[in-house]
Design a protein around this ligand. Structure first.
Ligand SMILES: O=C(O)/C=C/C(=O)CC(=O)CC(=O)O
Ligand SMILES: [Ca+2]
Ligand SMILES: [Mg+2]
Length: 374
C-alpha cells in the first residue's frame, strides 16, 4: 500500500514548465495542485498557509482529501520540488541520550559522557537558516581549520539524521500543551557536519562553522495531523514545570543510505526530550518564534550501534569503517558520495505513512588550493 495515500497528504512547493511555484500535496508518486482549493496555496512558499493557524490547516486538509479524489495528478518526475518554506530561524537540539553519550565518549573521553544539564533541559544551539537547502542540492565540501595552523577541506565530513519541526504560528513562552497550536508539521533533516572543524572550534561556545555550511531538508512537510502520537520516553529526574507535561512522542523510523547501502536505522521514538518540550524551552525566556522557524530534534540515535544517526558514531570516529554494497569501505564521506535519509511514521489512522527522503551528494571544491580532499 502506498505510504502517500489520502491519509498522508504532505505539503510541498512545486513548479512545472511555467516555472511558477505553488503549493501541492503528494499523492502516491504524483503531485496534486491545490492552488484552486485555497488561495494560500497560490504562493511560492508554505509560509502564508503555515501562519494561518490550526483551524485553517484542518479546513484545507479536509478540502484536499476531497479534492484529490478526482483532481488531475502530475507525475513527480514532471515537476521541480523547491524548499517548501522560507526558513526563519534554525535551531538544532541534542536530545538523543545515546547520541550525546557516544559523542561525549568520542570527543571528550576524559569527561562524563553526558553534560551536567543534559537531563534538566533540552540542550541546543542556534544554526544558520540561510544555508538550509532542499533535498537534492549538492553539498560542497567545506573548508576550515582542522587543527592549529591546518587549513583545508574537511577530512571528516559527516551527516546527522534528524527530524525537523516547522513552526507555523508565532509565539513566545509556548507551553508544551500548546505545541500543536504552533507547529505545522515535520520534515526530515540532514545536519551535515565537519567533525575536524567542529572539534577544533567548538569549545566553549559550541557548533559554528563545522555545521553552518549546509543543512538539507526533505521537500514534503507532513502535517502533525497525519501523525499518530505515542507516549514520550520516561524522564528522570522529573523536569521543571515549564517542561511538563512532556507532550506527545512520535513513532518515526529513519533509514540512512550511503551510496545506496542502508547503514543505519535510527528510531525517533527513543528520543529523550519531546518536540513540545524543545519548543517550550526555546521560548521560555521570552524569545519569540516566527512563521518558518525550523527546529531539529538533534541527531536521532538508538541504543544499538546500527541505529546511530551519525557516521561519527557508526564508524567510531572512522576507526571502524562500514562496508558498502560495492565492497568499498568508509569512515567519513568521500567526494561523490550520496547520503539519503528516508522516513516512515505511524500514521494517525493506523497505517504507516511516508515522510519521503532527504538526499545530498558531496562535491569537492578547490577554492583555496589544489585539490587536497580525502
Ligand atoms: O557533543 C558534541 O560536542 C557535539 C554534538 C553534535 O555535533 C550534535 C549536534 O549537532 C546536536 C545533535 O544533532 O544532536
Ligand atoms: Ca545536529
Ligand atoms: Mg547543519
Amino acid at each position: 500500500m502506498s505510504r502517500f495515500g489520502p491519509r498522508n497528504l504532505p505539503y510541498g512547493v512545486f513548479s512545472g514548465d511555467d516555472g511558477v511555484r505553488r503549493v501541492g500535496v503528494r499523492l502516491d508518486d504524483t503531485v496534486v495542485d491545490l492552488s484552486d482549493v485555497d488561495e494560500l496555496c497560490r504562493r511560492p512558499t508554505l509560509n502564508p498557509l503555515m501562519a494561518a493557524g490550526p483551524a485553517r490547516w484542518a479546513r484545507l486538509r479536509r478540502a484536499a482529501r476531497e479534492h484529490v479524489v478526482d483532481a488531475p495528478r502530475i507525475p513527480l518526475r514532471a515537476v521541480r520540488l523547491h524548499l517548501p518554506f522560507e526558513v526563519a530561524d534554525y535551531t538544532d537540539f541534542y536530545s538523543s541520550e545515546q547520541h550525546a553519550r557516544r559523542v561525549g565518549q568520542i570527543l571528550r573521553p576524559d569527561r562524563a559522557a553526558l553534560p551536567p544539564s543534559w537531563r534538566h533541559l533540552p540542550i541546543g544551539y542556534h544554526g544558520r537558516s540561510a544555508t538550509v537547502v532542499v533535498s537534492g542540492t549538492p553539498i560542497p565540501r567545506p573548508y576550515g581549520q582542522r587543527g592549529a595552523g591546518d587549513f583545508g577541506p574537511t577530512r571528516r565530513l559527516d551527516i546527522e539524521a534528524e527530524v525537523g519541526f516547522v513552526v507555523g504560528v508565532p509565539g513566545d513562552r509556548i507551553p508544551t500543551a500548546a505545541f500543536a497550536d504552533h507547529v505545522f508539521g515535520v520534515v526530515l533533516v540532514n545536519d551535515w557536519s565537519a567533525r575536524d572543524i567542529q572539534a577544533f572550534e567548538y569549545q566553549p561556545l559550541g557548533p559554528f562553522l563545522g555545521k553552518s555550511f549546509a543543512t538539507s531538508v526533505s521537500p514534503w512537510v507532513v502535517p502533525l495531523a497525519a501523525l499518530a502520537t505515542r507516549p514520550a520516553a520516561l524522564q528522570e529526574p522529573e523536569p521543571v514545570d515549564y517542561l511538563r507535561p512532556a507532550g506527545p512522542g512520535f513513532d518515526i523510523r529513519l533509514a540512512v543510505e550511503w551510496n545506496g547501502t542502508q547503514v543505519a536505522s535510527p528510531p525517533y521514538a527513543q528520543m529523550y526530550w519531546t518536540a513540545a518540550q524543545q519548543l517550550a524551552h526555546l521560548t521560555v525566556n521570552g524569545a519569540r518564534v516566527r512563521t518558518g522557524d525550523l527546529y531539529a530534534s538533534g541527531t536521532v540515535s538508538g541504543s544499538r550501534r546500527d541505529q546511530a544517526g551519525s557516521f561519527l558514531e557508526l564508524t567510531w570516529n572512522g576507526t571502524e569503517p562500514v562496508t558498502l554494497a560495492d565492497g568499498s569501505r568508509r569512515g567519513f564521506l568521500l567526494d561523490g558520495d550520496t547520503v539519503t535519509i528516508h522516513g516512515v511514521a505511524a500514521g494517525a489512522d493506523g497505517a504507516d505513512i511516508g515522510l519521503g527522503s532527504v538526499s545530498g551528494t558531496v562535491v569537492g571544491q578547490s577554492l583555496f588550493e589544489a585539490a587536497d580532499t580525502p
